[in-house]
Design a protein around this ligand. Sequence first.
Ligand SMILES: Nc1ncnc2c1ncn2[C@@H]1O[C@H](COP(=O)(O)OP(=O)(O)OP(=O)(O)O)[C@@H](O)[C@H]1O
Ligand SMILES: [Mg+2]
Length: 241
Amino acid sequence: MDDTIITIKDLNVAYQDKPALWHINLDIRKNGRTAIVGPNGAGKSTMIKTMMKLIRPVSGRIEIDGRTDKGVLKNIAYVPQKGEVNWDFPATVLDVVLMGRYVHKGWIKRPQKKDREIALEALKTMKMEAFCDRQISELSGGQRQRAFLARAIAQDADIYVMDEPLQGIDITTENLIMDVIRKLQTEGKTFIVVHHQLNTVKEYFDHVVIMNKTIIADGPTDAVFTGENIEKAYREKGVSV
Ligand SMILES: Nc1ncnc2c1ncn2[C@@H]1O[C@H](COP(=O)(O)OP(=O)(O)OP(=O)(O)O)[C@@H](O)[C@H]1O
Ligand SMILES: [Mg+2]
């Protein structure tokens, strides 16, 4: 289908012998803002990491833009879940944002003036330019999140995959992030965002995936984000197969 950018076919993922995702079949809408919701342990991060080829599935297939090779990942900006990143690593905010440029250059080449300009512009978008020389270990949680989003923007990918970017930040930053996401959507970008606040799903996202180890429902938010579907996902720990 033309309006699908990611297709997942019969995906099964396990940690050691313990199944984490069962029979996932999913189409992600191109140029959409798709929320992924489900309780803790539902496998949201696992699904995203499998898309990013950080986890090898037991079986199944993920097509991104019709491709399954690693090269397609250059076109995806990934913002991991808080707590998965080592913030003690010695690097400035600008270093971190410049990492977004390396996908275009390989690790050998040093960043050029143009890369710095793009990185600084991304920091400006996230209202973080004043922090560009600051060590990342010396940032607040919300500032770290903004620095990571600036890195994603600097990558200039077509697809953004974000694992709870709004977790633990204040309302001003939340509004800023949502404004940036909406603007980038008008430029043709696609967003896949793990989201925990059920009360803002309808306002923030045009599509939603409700999951708990398997897909409970997915599609346009208005049609799919119903009390019944939410209850199915949150009522029980996983659906038996
Ligand atoms: N590296 C791992 N090794 C073993 N089990 C894991 C590993 N990572 C996750 N799990 C387990 O897999 C299941 C899914 O975890 P995952 O992190 O994908 O859930 P999630 O939906 O992202 O949850 P949360 O909302 O808490 O972020 C959980 O039961 C978790 O304990
Ligand atoms: Mg998670």
